[in-house]
Design a protein around this ligand. Structure first.
Ligand SMILES: Cc1cc2nc3c(=O)[nH]c(=O)nc-3n(C[C@H](O)[C@H](O)[C@H](O)COP(=O)(O)OP(=O)(O)OC[C@H]3O[C@@H](n4cnc5c(N)ncnc54)[C@H](O)[C@@H]3O)c2cc1C
Length: 448
């Protein structure tokens, strides 16, 4: 990965492309969702000199995707500039992902008459107009119970929503692990631990080009192209000028007995925009994961990301792997208890174990930042997951690879461009109340 190799391979770069197949490419955050997907797509397209860096090896313990399960399905049409349209097909046909895709169906529920109901009805109309026959509108609690017998005892009066029989959930950690295995099989190089933990960019003498990455143990990785895909850590590592705000969301598990777990096999994934969500228990561990729905929490700290002339106050992820005694704020725990009492009253009062916070990074408009950094040629940003990118694992890296190859459509280039200060003009972002800071909510910290 020396600089002479750099110059040689740059001569072969096609017009509009940022690299050629023999270019040395470093992916920071390659143990996580967007980074490992990017490495997979590049390796499959014949790039022979790709190296992933991460704090932890795949599946990285810091990745938001290192989790029992995530919601995914075939109803996410039109998301991320339409890149979502192919995701479920990839989950169910690509051998790297197929074993981890589960299709018991999906319920997306809300309160009758709410803004959420209007939004879901529009989504339903759109899917029907596309000729979809796997979609049903659930007008009331009776309609819901027909699709979800496990909600027989649930207090869901006044709920309505959408049912999709295709999709449901994916075994997230196992899928990330499968990608890591495939990367090794395809010859992608790795560096983890202190030699894989980003400290700063290495710039050319004129300061205009990124020519590598320096890690916290002093290791320098020279490269023709660097991809920053460090999830919630991205705006802490490199100054993104306020485009990404890192926030955590939380989960807890209930340990089911084998009989209780068997009774929940095959249930459709249940998401409610006020109370939260859960899906089938883990097939062998019999753990039921529960998440509440809320605007996320920040962790405001003063830090100096690379490229910032002075320290700035931004939200900094607090890794659960590095702080294993952290649990979740009491108010979130109460929300999860409310979800259980409302939807699964037979499990009310059961211990909520394995409580954890995990970190994503939101853009104002909910679209990714996938572009070349305008300050430094040779640095590609692949971040801004906005809390719902795991379902995109099989395809997101293809979009980054398209950018690198100069093939990304103009529409997607515009959508995912560098855009500080632009905000959310079309109202596509998360919206809702601003997040609270972890310093304002008690109950989660046990190390002091
Ligand atoms: C509780 C919860 C539930 C969720 N549920 C869903 C869901 O149901 N469906 C869905 O689609 N999405 C869901 N998400 C969101 C999804 O998990 C994220 O959008 C996605 O995983 C983010 O991918 P990423 O690649 O941007 O970040 P990550 O997957 O977090 O990867 C970032 C990587 O950067 C690495 N890194 C950090 N610092 C450094 C450094 N200094 N040097 C090198 N590497 C570094 C990390 O170790 C990590 O591997 C959920 C998230 C949470 C928190």
């Amino acid at each position: 990965m020396g600089q002479s190799a750099s110059i040689a391979s740059h001569q072969a770069v096609k017009t509009g492309a940022l690299a050629s197949r023999d270019s040395s490419i470093i992916i920071v955050g390659g143990g996580g969702t967007m980074g490992s997907s990017t490495a997979l797509h590049l390796a499959r397209r014949g790039y022979t000199n790709v190296r992933i860096l991460d704090v932890y090896e795949n599946p990285s313990l810091n990745s938001a995707g290192n989790d029992l399960n995530k919601i995914a399905g075939a109803d996410a049409v039109g998301l991320f500039g339409g890149a979502s349209d192919d995701a479920w097909v990839a989950w169910t046909t690509d051998p790297v992902f197929m074993p981890y895709a589960h299709s018991p169906g999906k319920l997306e529920l809300t309160s009758i008459g709410s803004a959420g109901a209007k939004h879901l009805r529009e989504k339903y109309d759109k899917l029907i107009s596309l000729g979809r026959s796997d979609i049903a509108w659930l007008a009331n609690e009776d309609d819901i119970r027909q699709r979800a017998p496990h909600l027989a005892q649930a207090d869901i009066k006044g709920w309505c929503g959408l049912y999709c029989s295709t999709g449901g959930w994916v075994a997230a950690r196992d899928a990330l692990n499968s990608v890591g295995y495939e990367l090794r099989r395809l010859g992608v190089k790795t560096a983890f631990g202190t030699a894989g933990t980003f400290k700063e960019l290495i710039l050319s003498d004129d300061g205009k080009r990124c020519i590598g990455v320096k890690c916290i143990d002093g290791t320098e990785w020279n490269a023709d192209l660097v991809v920053l895909a460090a999830g919630a850590w991205s705006p802490v590592l490199v100054d993104l000028k306020g485009q990404c705000t890192s926030k955590c969301w939380v989960y807890a598990h209930i340990q089911l007995t084998p009989e209780e777990a068997d009774a929940m096999r095959g249930i459709p994934t249940m998401y409610n925009d006020t109370y939260g969500f859960f899906m089938e228990p883990h097939p062998t561990l019999n753990l039921l994961k529960l998440c509440n729905e809320f605007p996320g929490y920040t962790n405001l700290q003063k830090v100096q990301p690379f490229g910032s002339p002075k320290p700035i106050t931004i939200s900094v992820p607090r890794s659960h792997a590095a702080n294993p005694s952290d649990t979740i704020p009491t108010e979130s725990l109460d929300d999860i208890k409310r979800l259980v009492s409302k939807c699964l009253p037979h499990l009310a009062g059961r211990p909520l174990i394995n409580q954890a916070m995990c970190w994503c990074t939101d853009t104002d408009d909910g679209q990714w930042v996938v572009c070349e950094d305008p300050r430094w040629k040779g640095l590609v940003l692949a971040t801004g997951d906005s809390g719902h990118t795991f379902k995109m694992l099989p395809v997101v890296g293809g979009q980054v690879a398209d950018l690198i190859e100069g093939k990304l459509s103009e529409e997607r280039r515009q959508l995912w461009r560098w855009r500080p200060g632009v905000g959310d003009p079309l109202g596509t972002g998360r919206g809702g109340p601003p997040p609270k800071d972890l310093s304002q909510v008690p109950g989660w910290r046990h190390d002091s």
